[in-house]
Design a protein around this ligand. Structure first.
Ligand code: AMP
Ligand code: ZN
Length: 302
């Protein structure tokens, strides 16, 4: 049995994660959630002084916004759309017959106006653009959402529905690159205060297909994405628990996000993978929170 499967089994046995029969779709125990809540308080204590505007979206995005985002061009393999039955009574009779016979009943489902949110910041850009030009100092937002990615796996750190907490900065190139550097420094410190070994490295998103390879290389060459890596199921293959993304003016141009002087805004986002951070803590300090080092408990629950 590999390390990932055995860690997943131990999490199930301990009841921290709850098996639903689908890889990457898990229930969470009260204890697991308490670790996430405590870590989010640490995020609040670290980022609170910056005065970000908090906004919470449900885990679905307007399909028109999703289409405009270009996500299907880059990551069609990860997207999840919400489909529903939209038929008449006769269609319903056929649907039930189809289900009774064990045939594929999903073919007649029709796309709704909702797509599952692929990254917590996606609904933010059109929302802020709709307000008009950014204020004088740009914008800073605090976001948290469940996100969906179709990547079933036995690795407990690769889930299909998981939470991302993000800070998003919109402003000049200097504003957003300074913001990203500040959070890279803060991220390393935060993880150290909870006893986790960290490393930051340049990274790329999993762009689809052959053309995607070029996009991924380009992203790396320009240092547009960094990840904070922590050993979870393997010391050799570390897990990305935070991401630091600089979009240059790509989102500003796409969504019409402008500074107060009318120039196109640059944007950057910093994302915490909340389940991954909780799993990193359980992997490092053990599955029994009462047994965690006193300094770690103090930082989280002090
Ligand atoms: P990304 O947009 O891919 O950079 O994701 C932002 C953060 O979400 C990553 O740094 C991870 O911590 C977390 N994340 C991404 N994909 C998954 C997944 N499949 N399961 C759990 N956490 C994830
Ligand atoms: Zn983001």
């Amino acid at each position: 049995m590999d390390m990932q499967t055995s860690f997943l089994d131990r999490l199930f046995e301990k009841g921290l994660l709850i098996d639903t029969g689908v890889d990457g779709l898990y229930g969470r125990s009260g204890q697991f959630e308490d670790v996430i809540t405590a870590f989010e308080r640490l995020i609040d204590r670290t980022g609170g002084i910056d005065g970000a505007e908090a906004i919470r979206f449900p885990p679905g995005i307007n399909r028109a916004h999703f289409e405009k985002s270009g996500y299907m061009k880059s990551f069609p393999q990860l997207a999840g759309t919400v489909h529903s039955f939209c038929g008449c009574e006769l269609d319903h009779i056929n649907l039930l017959k189809c289900m009774d016979e064990g045939d594929d009943w999903t073919k007649e489902q029709k796309a709704t106006d909702i797509v599952l949110t692929p990254a917590a910041c996606y609904p933010l850009y059109p929302t802020i653009a709709k307000r008009g030009n950014l204020p004088k100092d740009g914008g800073l937002y605090d976001i948290q959402s469940y996100c969906f990615r179709h990547e079933p796996s036995k690795d407990p750190a690769r889930q299909q529905l998981f939470r991302m907490r993000e800070y998003v900065r919109m402003g000049t190139e200097k504003d957003v690159t300074d913001f990203r550097q500040t959070w890279m420094d803060r991220g390393v410190k935060m993880m150290e205060t909870v006893g986790l070994d960290v490393e930051i490295d340049v990274a790329n998103d999993p762009f689809f297909g052959r053309a995607g390879k070029m996009l991924a290389n380009n992203q790396r060459d320009q240092n547009l994405k960094f990840e904070l890596l922590i050993p979870v199921t393997s010391a050799a293959n570390k897990t990305a628990c935070m991401s630091f993304n600089y979009h240059q003016d790509a989102f500003g141009t796409k969504w019409g996000l402008n500074l107060d002087n009318g120039q196109v805004a640059h944007t950057a986002c910093v994302g915490f993978g909340l389940e991954r951070i909780a799993l990193a803590l359980f992997a490092k300090h053990g599955l029994d929170v009462q047994e965690w080092p006193a300094t770690v408990r103090e930082t989280l629950w002090g």
